[in-house]
Unconditional design. Structure first.
Length: 133
Protein backbone atom coordinates (compact mmCIF):
# COMPACT_ATOMS: atom_id res chain seq x y z
CA UNK A 1 0.00 0.00 0.00
CA UNK A 2 2.98 2.29 0.45
CA UNK A 3 4.32 1.80 -3.08
CA UNK A 4 5.25 5.28 -4.38
CA UNK A 5 3.61 4.37 -7.69
CA UNK A 6 0.16 4.28 -6.09
CA UNK A 7 -1.84 7.51 -6.33
CA UNK A 8 -3.67 7.56 -3.01
CA UNK A 9 -5.36 10.84 -3.97
CA UNK A 10 -7.29 9.15 -6.78
CA UNK A 11 -11.03 9.14 -6.00
CA UNK A 12 -12.03 5.65 -4.91
CA UNK A 13 -8.48 4.62 -3.95
CA UNK A 14 -9.51 3.00 -0.65
CA UNK A 15 -12.31 0.96 -2.23
CA UNK A 16 -10.03 -0.09 -5.11
CA UNK A 17 -7.28 -1.13 -2.71
CA UNK A 18 -9.69 -3.10 -0.52
CA UNK A 19 -11.08 -4.91 -3.56
CA UNK A 20 -7.53 -5.76 -4.67
CA UNK A 21 -6.79 -7.17 -1.20
CA UNK A 22 -9.86 -9.41 -1.47
CA UNK A 23 -9.35 -10.76 -4.98
CA UNK A 24 -5.68 -10.06 -5.85
CA UNK A 25 -6.62 -8.70 -9.29
CA UNK A 26 -3.71 -6.43 -10.27
CA UNK A 27 -5.67 -5.01 -13.21
CA UNK A 28 -7.81 -3.06 -10.74
CA UNK A 29 -4.74 -1.21 -9.45
CA UNK A 30 -4.06 0.35 -12.87
CA UNK A 31 -6.82 2.85 -12.09
CA UNK A 32 -4.89 4.08 -9.03
CA UNK A 33 -1.32 3.86 -10.39
CA UNK A 34 0.52 7.08 -11.20
CA UNK A 35 1.21 7.64 -14.88
CA UNK A 36 4.62 6.28 -15.89
CA UNK A 37 5.06 4.26 -12.70
CA UNK A 38 5.47 0.51 -12.28
CA UNK A 39 4.32 -1.09 -9.05
CA UNK A 40 6.45 -3.55 -7.13
CA UNK A 41 4.56 -6.84 -7.12
CA UNK A 42 5.30 -9.85 -4.92
CA UNK A 43 4.22 -13.36 -5.95
CA UNK A 44 3.29 -15.14 -2.72
CA UNK A 45 2.51 -18.68 -1.68
CA UNK A 46 0.73 -20.16 1.30
CA UNK A 47 3.10 -21.44 3.98
CA UNK A 48 3.33 -25.14 4.68
CA UNK A 49 1.88 -26.21 8.02
CA UNK A 50 5.37 -26.67 9.42
CA UNK A 51 6.55 -23.22 8.28
CA UNK A 52 3.30 -21.58 9.44
CA UNK A 53 3.61 -23.00 12.95
CA UNK A 54 7.23 -21.84 13.12
CA UNK A 55 6.42 -18.32 11.90
CA UNK A 56 3.27 -18.03 14.04
CA UNK A 57 5.33 -18.48 17.23
CA UNK A 58 7.59 -15.50 16.39
CA UNK A 59 6.98 -11.89 17.40
CA UNK A 60 6.69 -8.62 15.49
CA UNK A 61 9.43 -7.86 13.00
CA UNK A 62 10.93 -11.33 13.35
CA UNK A 63 7.59 -12.85 12.36
CA UNK A 64 7.23 -10.50 9.37
CA UNK A 65 10.78 -11.31 8.23
CA UNK A 66 10.22 -15.07 8.48
CA UNK A 67 6.80 -14.92 6.79
CA UNK A 68 8.34 -13.00 3.90
CA UNK A 69 11.31 -15.38 3.72
CA UNK A 70 9.05 -18.45 3.42
CA UNK A 71 6.16 -16.92 1.48
CA UNK A 72 7.73 -14.87 -1.34
CA UNK A 73 8.12 -16.79 -4.59
CA UNK A 74 9.11 -13.91 -6.87
CA UNK A 75 9.16 -10.12 -7.05
CA UNK A 76 8.61 -7.84 -10.03
CA UNK A 77 9.65 -4.19 -10.17
CA UNK A 78 12.00 -4.24 -7.17
CA UNK A 79 15.51 -2.87 -7.60
CA UNK A 80 18.60 -2.68 -5.43
CA UNK A 81 21.56 -0.52 -6.48
CA UNK A 82 19.91 0.02 -9.88
CA UNK A 83 19.55 -3.68 -10.69
CA UNK A 84 16.45 -5.90 -10.48
CA UNK A 85 16.28 -8.01 -7.34
CA UNK A 86 16.87 -11.65 -8.18
CA UNK A 87 15.14 -14.15 -5.91
CA UNK A 88 17.50 -16.73 -4.41
CA UNK A 89 16.46 -19.39 -1.91
CA UNK A 90 18.19 -21.59 0.60
CA UNK A 91 17.00 -24.81 2.28
CA UNK A 92 15.84 -24.78 5.89
CA UNK A 93 14.20 -27.14 8.39
CA UNK A 94 10.83 -25.61 7.42
CA UNK A 95 11.25 -25.69 3.64
CA UNK A 96 12.96 -23.38 1.15
CA UNK A 97 13.20 -19.72 2.10
CA UNK A 98 14.66 -16.54 0.63
CA UNK A 99 18.35 -16.32 1.36
CA UNK A 100 19.76 -13.51 3.50
CA UNK A 101 21.21 -11.65 0.50
CA UNK A 102 17.77 -11.47 -1.12
CA UNK A 103 16.12 -10.37 2.13
CA UNK A 104 18.78 -7.68 2.58
CA UNK A 105 18.05 -6.32 -0.91
CA UNK A 106 14.32 -6.23 -0.20
CA UNK A 107 14.97 -4.50 3.15
CA UNK A 108 15.37 -1.13 1.39
CA UNK A 109 11.90 -0.38 2.74
CA UNK A 110 11.33 -2.06 6.14
CA UNK A 111 7.59 -1.41 5.86
CA UNK A 112 7.52 -3.91 3.00
CA UNK A 113 8.41 -6.70 5.43
CA UNK A 114 5.41 -5.90 7.61
CA UNK A 115 2.95 -5.58 4.71
CA UNK A 116 4.16 -8.61 2.77
CA UNK A 117 4.66 -10.74 5.90
CA UNK A 118 1.14 -9.94 7.09
CA UNK A 119 -0.29 -10.85 3.68
CA UNK A 120 1.58 -14.18 3.66
CA UNK A 121 0.12 -15.00 7.08
CA UNK A 122 -3.39 -14.05 5.86
CA UNK A 123 -3.02 -16.32 2.83
CA UNK A 124 -1.76 -19.18 5.01
CA UNK A 125 -4.59 -19.30 7.54
CA UNK A 126 -7.01 -22.21 7.48
CA UNK A 127 -9.27 -21.67 4.50
CA UNK A 128 -11.79 -24.33 3.47
CA UNK A 129 -11.83 -22.93 -0.09
CA UNK A 130 -8.24 -24.13 -0.50
CA UNK A 131 -9.13 -27.63 0.70
CA UNK A 132 -6.24 -27.78 3.16
CA UNK A 133 -4.86 -26.17 6.29
Amino acid sequence: KDDPGLDKDTPGFVATWEQFRRDGDLEKLKAVTKTGCTLTVFDLKRLSRKAYLFVFDLDGGTQANAAMAFGVVNVHGAECDGAPVEIKTTPSDFGPRLDDETLDKLMADPGVFVDVGKRVMELSRLDPTHGKA
